[in-house]
Design a protein around this ligand. Structure first.
Ligand code: NAD
Length: 304
């Protein structure tokens, strides 16, 4: 049986807002909450199927299924188990679906604590960026027990495509590793472009050539023309969040005792770039940071 009752949705930022709009498009009523009242007003303004909750506890009290789409696993834990949080008022049998890119061991621990209260946790982090969220084509890496996952299938299908990864926490592990791959290709693509330009090659032509060649990746296809060459640097995914994800992948490798030289280097690079560019910088601004280093400048600060 798939749930069709009002879905709680906590966190309506860059990703959450278009995901809520797709739930409404699929005729699924949503009770939304965000600490940012303006973000909340934007998402409730667009459809009469989306209403605003006054608190996390109200979301838990009124919804048998609650989705979280927050920056970090620590934010999710606070929102769920903190004082006046979602779990404080949720009826037994309720399902929390954490679609944020959280830290997998924290997710496993949270699932155990919720289980003791008769609540289920599913992790269903997403990939596809803001365009995937807008077009409902997100890849949903879904961990958890079969029965609760079956209950939220209809809801998840309204936002993207489900890929089962295994038990709770496995989706978050899969997602962190995906973002390591994504960050590594962004770094490599940025460096390749810097060398190409210095050699006198045309950047736009190189993007077209790489997109028709074996160097093709999400970075070459969806970032070069769209955000780097035109210097917009506005993909809607912050460097801060990418750095968090690659850090999660790195600590996973450490815990599992796997040697990962490339992962370690990409993680260090993102940390340095974040320090230079600041919390608000888009992840595609990594190019600007590499350009700055290469030119012996201040990491692109002057260019901001
Ligand atoms: P965002 O910062 O744009 O949105 C997060 C929202 O959560 C904000 O509106 C903020 O006000 C709200 N919030 C924070 N703490 C809260 C709390 N305790 N209670 C209620 N609301 C709270 O972030 P985003 O880019 O939408 O990313 C959300 C998650 O999705 C992150 O885990 C991110 O890593 C992941 N993700 C992002 C992208 C992307 O392209 N932006 C792609 C895939 C996955």
């Amino acid at each position: 049986m798939s749930e069709t009752k009002t879905i709680g949705f906590v966190g309506v930022g860059n990703m959450g807002a278009p995901m809520v709009r797709n739930l409404a498009k699929a005729e699924i009523p949503v009770l939304a909450f965000d600490l940012d009242r303006q973000a909340l007003a934007r998402v409730t303004g667009g459809s009469n199927l989306v209403t605003a909750a006054a608190s996390l506890a109200e979301v838990g009290a009124k919804c048998a299924t609650v989705i979280t789409m927050l920056p970090t696993g620590a934010n999710v834990r606070d929102a769920v188990l903190g004082e006046g949080g979602i779990a404080s008022k949720m009826a037994e049998g309720g399902i929390i679906v954490d679609m944020s890119s959280s830290e997998p061991t924290g997710t496993v621990a949270l699932a155990k604590e919720l289980e003791a209260r008769g609540l289920h946790l599913i992790d269903a982090p997403v990939s596809g960026g803001v365009p995937g969220a807008v077009n409902a084509t997100l890849a949903l890496m879904t961990g958890g027990e079969d029965a609760p996952v079956a209950r939220v299938e209809g809801v998840l299908n309204a936002m993207g495509n489900i890929f089962r990864t295994g038990p709770v926490g496995s989706g978050h592990a899969a997602k962190a590793l995906n973002n390591f791959l994504s960050a590594a290709s962004l770094a490599a693509t940025s460096e390749a472009l810097l060398v190409a330009l210095k050699f006198g090659l045309d950047g736009a032509a190189m993007a077209d050539i790489w997109n028709a060649s074996t160097g093709r990746s999400n970075a070459t296809e969806n970032k070069l023309h769209q955000h780097i060459l035109n210097r917009k640097f506005a993909a809607g995914f912050t460097l801060k969040l990418l750095n968090k994800d690659v850090g999660i992948a790195r600590s996973l490798a450490e815990q599992l005792d796997v040697r990962t030289d490339t992962l370690d280097r990409v993680s260090a690079l993102l940390g340095d770039a974040l320090e230079e560019l600041g919390d608000e910088a888009d992840h595609t601004a990594l190019y600007k940071y590499l350009e700055g280093i290469s030119e012996g400048r201040d990491g692109g600060k002057a260019d901001r």
